[in-house]
Design a protein around this ligand. Structure first.
Ligand SMILES: [Zn+2]
Length: 276
């Protein structure tokens, strides 16, 4: 039985701003949302790792585009075929095990247990994976939550997305959040338009900028940090409610009596959609 503390979690950067997250021990790896096989194969070959499983959060091409080539690579390198896990609510070619809220996955290599959360909103059947490895907690949230932002509502309703984000808020504060894109700086720009006085956000902006200046990732973030700096997790705070009310009045969008979190969230998401 491998030491659970020896499991590494790291990002493989791909395309313009995607991260494919990889869990690995000294022999085996699991990859989340491989939109492209090439950078994953290059890493696995360099580290001499076999691929145990592929975890998919939702059906978008930049999250699933590498599945077929990874399965071919595993076959050509005479490995056991990786299991491909994905959401039960979405029809994704090559997914062999469909998952929904309440399901869990017990992986042998690397040895870990992952729980599945239904988090519709960005897409209708989007799922997320939560794992406790040693004393460290991890969330693989696909395109539902980003550092200081959240995914666009392509298929779901604001109420669904808010419920999904609330599930994340209820996870332990120290949970590391492994988002699928490096959108942090542009998200911070919008977050500061909403909460220009948020001191945590102002500090985070400086830190994130210095990380990006030297080509480093701003991820993972944590649930605790997002509760402080992410307006989409703060739809029940007075500063965000007031900012949304002011924005709607200025844009003459609707009668200004927006106060329910779901109304605040819907207006905030619509504001971000057009914000430049
Ligand atoms: Zn997506």
């Amino acid at each position: 039985m491998p030491d659970k503390n020896s499991i590494k979690v790291q990002a493989i950067a791909a395309f313009d701003d995607n991260y494919f997250w990889l869990l690995s021990d000294s022999h085996c790896a699991v990859v989340v949302d491989p939109g492209d096989a090439d950078p994953v194969i290059a890493y696995l070959e360099d580290q001499q790792l076999s691929l145990e499983a592929i975890l998919i959060t939702h059906h978008h091409a930049d999250h699933i585009g590498g599945i077929a080539d990874l399965l071919n690579w595993a076959e050509q390198s005479r490995q056991a075929p990786p299991t491909v896990y994905g959401p039960a609510g979405e029809d994704i070619k090559l997914v062999s095990d469909s998952l929904m809220q309440g399901d869990s996955i017990h992986l042998d290599n690397p040895a870990c247990l992952l729980w599945v959360l239904d988090v519709p909103g960005h897409t209708a059947g989007h799922i997320a994976y939560y794992a406790e490895i040693g004393d460290q907690k991890h969330l693989f949230c696909g395109d539902t939550l980003f550092a200081s932002g959240c995914g666009r509502l392509f298929e779901g309703t604001p109420a669904q997305m808010l419920t999904s984000l609330d599930k994340f808020k209820n996870l332990p504060d120290e949970t590391l959040v492994h988002c699928a894109h490096e959108y942090t700086l542009s998200n911070i720009k919008f977050a500061l338009a909403v909460e220009p006085q948020n001191q945590d956000l102002l500090e985070w902006k400086l830190k994130a900028e210095s990380l990006r200046q030297v080509g480093k990732s701003t991820l993972p973030t944590t649930i605790a940090h997002e509760k402080l700096v992410n307006p989409f997790l703060r739809c029940d705070t007075s500063s965000v409610i007031k900012a949304v009310q002011r924005h709607c009045e200025e844009e003459q969008l609707k009668p200004s009596k927006i106060s329910e979190p779901v109304e605040v969230f819907a207006s905030l998401r619509a504001w971000k959609d057009i914000y430049r």
